[in-house]
Design a protein around this ligand. Sequence first.
Ligand code: SF4
Length: 174
Amino acid sequence: MLARQVARLYAKGSVMTGGRREKNKDVWWHGGLYFSCLQCGACCGREPGSVSFTDRELEAMSDELGISTEEFLGSWAWEKYGVLSLREQLNFDCVFLHTDNGRASCKIYAVRPSQCSAFPFWPDLLGDKFLWDSYALSCPGMNHGEFHGYDEINRILAKHRVGFKSSPRPAGLI
Ligand code: SF4
C-alpha cells in the first residue's frame, strides 16, 4: 500500500528527481540505511494506490508475459491518478501480487517497474527523513536488516532515474 500511495505524488508531479541530491554528502542518509524486504506485501496492496511504469518497463513486462504491449495495456494496466498504472485486484492489491502462506511475491518480479524495485530508496523518502520514518512504521523492512551505504543508494537512484521521472500519459491509451 504505502509504496503505491506515494505514487500519487508521482501522478501529481511532486516527486523529486533522483539526481538532485546525489553529490550532497549532507543528506540525512549519508551514513547509509538499513533495509531488507520481509515480503509482507504491505507496500503492494491493501489500500488504493498506483504503480506507474516507463515504456521500456512496459515492453519488459509484456515480454515476460509473452504478449504485446497493446495486450498488456488492455489487460493489466489502467489510468489512475492521471498516470498509467498497473491494475489492482478488488482488495486493492496490485494485480501481480501473490500471497502464499502469508508470504507475498510478485508474479513479474524480474521485470517489475522501478517504482517497486527501488523501494524504499525513492527520492521522496530520501528527501524527507520524517517521510522515511513515517513509512517505516508501515514497512517492517525499513531500518532493519541489510545495510545499504551512501554510494549504493546513489547507484539505486541513478539506475532508476528514468523510472522516477516517468511522466503522466494521456487518457485513452488503454
Ligand atoms: S517488508 Fe516493506 S518492502 Fe517488503 S513487502 Fe513489506 S512493506 Fe513492502
